[in-house]
Design a protein around this ligand. Sequence first.
Ligand SMILES: [Zn+2]
Length: 303
Amino acid sequence: MSSGAPLNGFTAAATILKWLRAAHGQAVVRVDLDQVREGLPGSPLGKDVRVIKPPMPSPVESCEGMLVRNPKDAAEWGIFVNREAGPERRRFTIAHELGHFVLHRARQGSFRCDKESIHFGLDTSAVIEREADEFASNILMPGDVLRDAIANRRIDLKVLSDLAKTFEVSFEALCIRFIKYTDQRAILLHWDNGFLKYEWRSKSAVRTRARIRRTSDPQEPLPGTLAADESVAQAWDGIELPASRWCAEEAPYMKLREFKHSYGARDRVLTLLVLEGAEPRPWDQSWQDGESFDSYDQFVSNE
Ligand SMILES: [Zn+2]
């Protein structure tokens, strides 16, 4: 790193994107992971490594992905991927393993990554799993490209789905990334068999204290919402609702747009809530209550 910035998922991905753009022009939107894999050995991020072999099907069923150093040849590394996973998922997993390669290979000679730790980067995951996910998200969905693509634009699920196709990532991964980069007040909810599994809020949602009403634990969809309407599987254009139906603290005149996407055997549902704009409350310090943003956000807010 010429800037001397500490190496993390964001800075490592930014360095590689800079190399790719220098070699192939600014127009790099969909990153070629083979190019990254082949280019890393011998580069400043892949010192003392001769080769990272092309991804092979994982021999361990419970593993979504693995990164392994050849025990007989320390200069050779290999990546293994769950062969059952779809193409977008495999792509994210390979990027995640390349993240371990760049960030963590000095610590250990093998990495076995399960489904839960790849792609979500949950707070419950080990730090190195979150870092590898951060690398994967940043290399596959460059923040500057995404920010330009969603700026000043009416967002619906078709727009997000088209972006996911452009980046060749899963719809869900793109939606999570959208939440991190949008200037709008937005909340993404992931339901698993009718119960809330994950909730992500955009920065401005956090700063204006927009949060969903909690009525049960585990949380179920709130009455009168699309999420609660089992007759509706998809609502990509969304419907308008009073914001207070989801968020108890919203003023009665505020509106939101609720979108719905069901997948799997319709047992998994994504709900996207895009709220009307509201002034941040400068006296409200709740956004400092340990809300975690990715390092790009920290980077921006530290400027
Ligand atoms: Zn991992």
